[in-house]
Write a protein of this length. Structure first.
Length: 178
């Protein structure tokens, strides 16, 4: 192949590689959107907190517990969204340039895609556990079938989380042996 053809091919290849590499920025709006959803959750959290405070004098113990569990649920979901936004951005778009800032979370920059999946499953299991606890607190308002479905769904999340962890552990050991 003549040298000018090879040089042209190299330029075309470099262009496409650059285009593909820069396309990672298409993901950035997704992560900004997740941060916006956290603001929406905050509004829901504040509203639920206000309702709890207002209703506290006349609320039953069960109502207070369900309200608190709803607040915990919102907080767990916000944490999950933040971890996904930070880790996803750092893993797939660009490093967040705050270096060793004193407020930088210890996990930032250290959560790979595999770790992110495990954290995601852990958060889903925790959220599912909170929802299941809320269902048990309100068991008198639910049928046995509804409770059984919720328990089944929670067990499915737990088993899925364990299987994710086992799969990652096996993959990790295979990578170490190569």
């Amino acid at each position: 192949m003549p040298q000018h053809c090879e040089a042209t091919m190299n330029k075309i290849e470099a262009f496409f590689e650059s285009l593909i590499f820069r396309s990672r920025w298409i993901l950035a709006p997704f992560f900004v959107g997740l941060l916006a959803v956290i603001v929406i959750l905050l509004i829901k959290f504040v509203k639920q907190f206000f309702l709890l405070v207002v209703a506290l004098p006349s609320a039953s113990e069960h109502e207070v517990i369900v309200s608190i569990l709803t607040l915990i649920d919102a907080a767990l979901l916000a944490i999950l969204l933040l971890i996904i936004a930070f880790s996803g951005y750092e893993n797939f778009v660009s490093k967040i340039g705050f270096g060793e800032h004193e407020d930088r979370p210890a996990w930032m920059g250290k959560v790979g895609f595999s770790d992110l999946k495990i954290k995601l499953m852990g958060a889903i299991v925790a959220i599912s556990a909170v929802e299941l606890l809320k269902a048990f607190v309100n068991a008198d308002k639910m049928t046995n079938t509804q409770l059984a479905w919720r328990v089944g769904i929670h067990i499915t999340f737990v088993v899925s989380g364990v299987l994710f962890a086992i799969t990652d552990r096996i993959t990790e050991h295979k990578d170490e042996s190569h």
